[in-house]
Design a protein around this ligand. Structure first.
Ligand SMILES: C[S@@+](CC[C@H](N)C(=O)[O-])C[C@H]1O[C@@H](n2cnc3c(N)ncnc32)[C@H](O)[C@@H]1O
Length: 351
């Protein structure tokens, strides 16, 4: 197991470096060095004893570990660890943080193991900046109010996308006084920001929705944001506050059954089914069943009741960037709207 674990930590470290968390990259490098030197992680990684490096990476073992440490920092459960973590106006000290983390692993093994037993639960608000162009495009093409359905919604933070303010490379859209403000490095033609975007109805599901009214679950969402990414942390905090104020609700349901039951074209509305970074978490049979359910909704769409399937998912073969794709019925026209950064840092808009 140790070789696979070391390999996984180093691979995740490179990914963190590339995606803008030098602090996590440094912690993972130090952890991998110590694993090479014989550190055993106090048994925290035992549940993956039989897993190879690929399976461990897919299971996000290093991210679970880092999430567990950050969760302790956010709760104020470990003062020494918290003191070495990055904070606005204070540089991170990875060597001190790693020493404190090793002590925390020894002293708080059970708490960390309990955190790591759950699969990561993330909800990236800035993905709305990748999707907003698609919603605008549907509004522009249909001229109708939207009824939107999100699957794999997590805590539902992207369901309120129309309540956020966007700066899309100087073209702005959304309420000017919105508490959640999203910008991105936009390239390509301008998004259709003058489209009549109005959301008449919204609903969402997740097989394991995050309950924002529960402080531990709120902290869990924050814990999976990388601690040296202060802007991301600020954005998710603002989005959580807004979601609590709006009473955002996410149904606990499997996406396939929920889509079959809930999503149908409706006259006078443009129906939009959307998702982000969700498809890969379904087994192949569910993917096929969901694709069939979506095609079935598409077959029932009409000129007065159009249906759009909008999604942001990894773009094969590189899987490093993601693409935003829109299929619009009744014609069933399918196109790639944009290539995007996984967390919305940039959008290459094709339009
Ligand atoms: C990586 S998260 C992305 C969450 C959110 N869409 C975002 O972009 O921030 C993937 C989500 O898909 C959910 N999920 C995976 N399989 C599912 C299924 N079959 N039905 C409903 N939700 C599912 C998970 O529970 C998780 O919340």
């Amino acid at each position: 197991m140790t070789d696979a674990l070391i390999q996984t930590f180093r691979r995740q470290g490179r990914a963190c470096q590339n995606l803008g968390s030098p602090f996590h990259a440094a912690l993972l490098a130090l952890a991998a060095d110590d694993l090479e030197g014989g550190w055993d992680g106090a048994g925290l990684f035992a549940p993956w004893a039989e897993a190879d490096a690929m399976a461990m990476f897919a299971d996000a073992v290093p991210l679970r570990f880092l999430g567990g440490l950050h969760d302790m920092v956010l709760e104020g459960a470990d003062a020494e660890l918290a003191a070495a973590y990055p904070a606005p106006g204070r540089a991170a000290d990875p060597a001190r943080a790693w020493a404190a983390a090793r002590a925390a692993v020894a002293a708080r093994t059970e708490r960390l193991a309990a955190f790591m037993a759950h699969e990561p639960q993330t909800n990236e608000v800035r993905r709305s900046v990748c999707l907003i162009g698609g919603f605008l495009e549907v509004a522009r093409a249909s001229g109708l109010p939207l009824q939107v359905f999100e699957i794999g919604s997590s805590a539902g933070l992207n369901l309120s996308f129309d309540r956020y303010r966007y700066d899309l490379g100087g073209a702005c859209v959304g309420p000017a006084d919105a508490p959640v403000r999203l910008d991105t490095d936009w390239s390509g033609p301008a998004a259709p920001v003058d489209a009549p975007l109005q959301v008449a109805a919204r609903a969402a599901c997740d097989r394991r929705p995050g309950d924002l009214t529960d402080p531990a679950q709120r902290r869990r969402l924050l814990a999976y944001i990388w601690p040296d990414q202060f802007e991301r942390l600020g954005r998710i905090r603002a989005a959580i506050d807004l979601a609590l104020e709006l009473g955002v609700k996410v149904d606990a349901a499997d996406a396939v059954a929920w889509t079959r039951e809930r999503v149908a074209p409706r006259a006078g509305r443009a129906t939009v089914l959307f998702h982000s970074v969700f498809w890969q978490y379904m087994p192949a049979e569910s993917q096929a069943a969901l694709a069939a359910a979506i095609a079935d909704v598409g077959a029932r769409a009409g000129a007065e009741a159009p249906f759009a399937w909008l999604r942001m998912e990894p773009a094969p073969p590189s899987m490093a960037a993601m693409e935003v794709r829109l299929t619009l019925w009744p014609a069933g026209e399918d196109r790639v709207l944009a290539e995007v950064h996984p967390h919305g840092a940039w959008v290459k808009w094709a339009g």
